[in-house]
Design a protein around this ligand. Structure first.
Ligand code: SF4
Length: 469
């Protein structure tokens, strides 16, 4: 794995209602959401008489490797899930969507986010006799729903959700309905689309585009939406909290061609680059990006600075697991497998390198070494987000305090460590200034240690911590 470019979000979800062969649409949507999780994939469908499943380890193309696997999933309702693990190991037991049969019927669930009171909920549930079959935080939703005694499903679901803290964008399939839910803080994205007489729910709007569905709107924080034979409607509303949408979705995770939190990611990411150029100008011959997630911010930097943008690094998209024999070790080989410099762009020039984030600093250091070997004169490193000083408890695999370079070192020290002529990060104010939403509607905890949602292991919420360790 390569430092900052190995940051992972913990999943993508998709739900389909009212389209014949719903599994086919879910499968396409999961292709579009592949960047949100590639460890395992699965689809559950219903034709209102029976449920159908297919789940497996690997990317969507591996799990669904022949047409029969899709065509055997009958029905007009489907939920799908791409997983990257943040709670529970990456093994077949934990593949989503999860499914259960209980006193109230059957249901399947797919989850993006992280339940922050998972450990205490699990302990309590186990003490009262619950048998967990997975190590995922998602399973607590199933047990909590099964433990409720309300006759109707929606109050049962709402009663269960009221016990959960943390980040959850959920799609739930029952025999005859699809449910879409976003936690009351709205931490992870979830949007609604329309296709002919059917509906699509997805983590990002790029999943709607692939099937030519029309974006309708975001599922609002705390909303429990049901889609069934009577159409699409709000079934219940959880008590709203102060919004805390993940700002890092804009910086890095979401695809630039997506709309999330009701904003166009490409436009917003360009504004990050422009603001960065305004805050931290540099004298250089060319602006390059660390591909692919920094491309758009680098274009913004180029536009605002007037320094031309060129492709200075080529990313190899076909990197899987690599093996290096001990006697054949070449310096920076793991970075070289992934990035190759374009000598004609780099050689003899002063360059601005725009990156979206620095986590451990190891990748940045290797990229700088590659650029120096390709003949770069001066290197000005510009980062389109603030220093990451704290882990994430809401569904992003940001490592522990001890692994974060900015937790230990000042900007000047990091500059020396990675070996650049100058280093500058975007300020938190700059980051928050590019959205049309009020600044306090975002979670910035990994940059500020200001955790908006409490939980078992979450440091004091909405307070700046002096000594997090
Ligand atoms: S801590 Fe960072 S990555 Fe996690 S939800 Fe907040 S802004 Fe997003």
């Amino acid at each position: 794995m390569l430092g900052n470019k190995s940051l992972k979000i913990n999943c993508g979800v998709i739900g389909i209602y009212g389209l014949p062969r719903a599994a086919q649409y879910a499968y396409w949507g999961m292709y579009a959401l592949q960047h949100r999780g590639a460890e395992s994939a699965g689809i559950i469908t219903s034709d209102e008489n029976q449920f159908y499943f297919h789940r497996g380890m690997g990317e969507v193309s591996t799990v669904f490797s022949d047409a029969e696997q899709i065509s055997s999933l009958k029905g007009h309702i489907a939920v799908g899930h791409n997983r990257y693990s943040t709670t529970g190991a990456s093994d077949p037991t934990n593949i989503q969507p999860l499914f259960t049969t209980y006193w109230g019927g059957e249901l399947g669930i797919a989850h993006n986010g992280n339940v922050t009171n998972y450990l205490s909920l699990r302990k309590k549930l186990e003490a009262s006799g619950a048998l967990f079959r997975t190590q995922t935080d998602t399973e607590v939703f199933l047990h909590l729903i099964a433990n409720r005694r309300e006759k109707e499903f929606v109050p049962r679901l709402a009663g269960a959700l009221k016990q959960v803290k943390g980040a959850y964008s959920l799609v739930i399939i029952t025999s005859d309905s699809l449910y879409a839910i976003r936690d009351p803080y709205g931490i992870r994205p979830l949007c609604l689309g329309k296709l002919r007489n059917g509906y699509v729910v997805a983590s990002e709007s790029c999943a709607l585009d692939i099937m030519k569905a029309k974006y309708v709107r975001d599922i609002k924080p705390g909303e429990i939406m049901v889609i069934d034979r009577d159409g699409c409607r709000i079934a219940d509303q959880l008590k709203p909290r102060h919004p805390a949408m993940c700002i890092f979705e804009f910086v890095y995770f979401a695809r630039p061609d997506s709309k999330i939190f009701d904003e166009n990611v490409d436009k917003l990411r360009r504004r990050l680059g422009r603001r960065l150029a305004w805050e931290s100008p540099a004298e250089a011959d060319v602006v390059i990006s660390v591909p692919d997630s920094s491309n758009t911010a680098a274009l913004g930097y180029s536009e605002a600075s007037g320094i031309k943008f060129e492709i200075g690094l080529i990313r190899n998209h076909y990197v899987g697991r690599t093996f290096i024999l001990p006697d054949q070790k070449i310096r920076d080989i793991d970075a070289l497998i992934k990035y190759n410099p374009v000598r004609g762009v780099i050689e003899g020039r002063d360059i601005v390198v725009v990156d979206d984030s620095i986590v451990r600093g190891t990748t940045s250091k290797k990229i700088i070494s590659i650029l120096r070997s390709a003949g770069a004169k001066k290197i000005h490193y510009r980062v389109s987000s603030p220093p990451i000083i704290s882990p994430c408890f809401y569904g992003v695999d940001i490592p522990t305090f001890s692994e974060l370079i900015a937790h230990h070192y000042s900007v000047d020290e990091i500059k020396k460590k990675i070996g650049v002529d100058s280093l500058a990060y975007l300020s938190i104010e700059g980051l928050l200034s590019v959205s049309k939403r009020p600044a306090d509607h975002f979670c910035t905890a990994c940059f500020s240690r200001n955790y908006p949602v409490p939980g078992d292991a979450v440091p004091n919420s909405r307070k700046m911590l002096k000594n997090p360790e």
